[in-house]
Design a protein around this ligand. Structure first.
Ligand SMILES: *Cc1c(COP(=O)(O)O)cnc(C)c1O
Length: 364
């Protein structure tokens, strides 16, 4: 069989390990597995959402409203934009795919920071495009502009806050990058963790409206993280109407499920649930900072719902990830990103205590 030659350059995305795997391989009971690997909301979903799911048990045979009128109206109201500025995806991942397919080909290139969301690279390579990364994992103006002027990328990704590192780029610095780049480059501002950054420091708060004055910029948001709806797969892109109109040509019909659509509409009303999630997170992340300080472990100041611990040569991230996994604690090893580091999603008080207990024993 002969596959598209672009596949030779693509490494399959490695998702956080599921609870089922730990149960199967290590015989640990599901209730004893602590999953702090995929940046899910540790308190689950808003109880109002569970109610919506239960009350829609009999709609599985119906396709969703393909116009997604109600969801777009709710998002338009929330962000003070028009519904023509919005496209909905099966996760913001799918919107990334639409952008990639709409803009890139084998003559194009893309630019991103040195360590960032793995899917940017995968979608670009699917189109045969070249991928350039800056030296730093932070979004540094000089590094971006030097690479921009050298390669003239068709798409530039700004992930703020950045996954898997946790650092963020201020609104002022994002705008400076946008202003410095030409309008023939599509600039993607991925705000998957924006709720956490905005709550930590106003300087980092970016809303879709801040960017709507630029015809080449698209803001991405998701219900997967602070809203606790990763399993429902709903995200969105917000940009000027002509850009959205082009992306629509890449969208398959009924691209989110009937249930996901109902749930996402409900989630646009759950500000207090998001606030509660962020408040728990802010309290619990302090324990991770204190633990790192007490044990002389480096970490990146986090603007997200996870923290990245940086190890020196005395500790090996892959060994630690394996040892934790055998004890039923799933975290993310960042060795595949070229970092001797682990990424830990901040859990509930109890989950975090379990992590500290096992981690202390492993590093002792
Ligand atoms: C989680 C995440 C997304 C998208 O998640 P979906 O579940 O597909 O909405 C996008 N960007 C970053 C940086 C993420 O961490």
């Amino acid at each position: 069989m002969k596959f598209n030659k672009v596949l030779n350059s693509i490494k399959t995305y490695e998702a956080g390990k599921p609870i089922e795997l730990v149960v199967r391989e290590y015989g640990i009971a599901p209730k004893d597995v602590v999953k702090l690997a995929s940046n899910e909301n540790p308190i689950g979903t808003n109880p109002a959402i569970a109610k919506v799911i239960r009350s829609h048990a009999d709609i599985a045979h119906l396709y969703p409203d393909d116009s997604m009128f109600e969801l777009k109206a709710a998002l338009a109201k929330k962000y003070n934009v028009e519904d023509t500025n919005i496209i909905i995806g099966a996760g913001s991942d799918q919107v990334l795919e639409f952008i990639s397919r709409a803009v890139l080909d084998e003559n194009a290139s893309v630019l991103m920071s040195g360590v960032t969301f793995a899917m940017y690279e995968i979608y670009a390579k699917q189109m045969g495009a070249k991928v350039y990364k800056t030296m730093s994992h932070e979004h540094k103006f000089e590094e971006f502009m030097e690479a921009y002027n050298m390669y003239r990328p068709k798409v530039v990704y700004i992930c703020t806050p950045n996954n898997p590192t946790g650092d963020a780029t201020s609104k002022e610095d994002v705008i400076a990058l946008i202003e410095a780049m030409g309008s023939d480059t599509v600039i993607v501002v991925d705000g998957a963790y924006m709720e956490y950054a905005a709550a930590k420091d106003e300087k980092y708060r970016i809303t879709p409206n801040d960017l709507l004055g630029y015809d080449n910029v698209i803001y991405l948001g998701t219900f997967s993280k602070a809203h606790g709806l990763g399993g429902m797969r709903v995200g969105y892109g917000i940009a000027q109407a002509p850009l959205i109109k082009e992306l629509y040509k890449m969208r398959p019909p009924f691209n989110i499920t009937t249930l996901s659509l109902r749930v996402a509409i409900e989630a646009t009303k759950d500000d207090s649930f998001v606030q509660q999630s962020v408040a728990l997170h802010q309290e619990q992340i302090k324990r991770y900072e204190a633990f790192a300080d007490e044990n002389s472990i480096g970490y990146i100041d986090s603007y997200t719902n996870f923290i990245t611990y940086l190890f020196d040569e005395n500790l090996n991230s892959s060994h630690i990830a394996d040892a934790l996994l055998k004890r039923g604690v799933i975290i993310r090893d960042l060795a595949s990103y070229g970092m001797n580091a682990i990424r830990i999603t901040i859990g509930t008080e109890e989950q975090n205590s379990t992590f500290f207990r096992h981690f202390s024993e492993i590093i002792a």
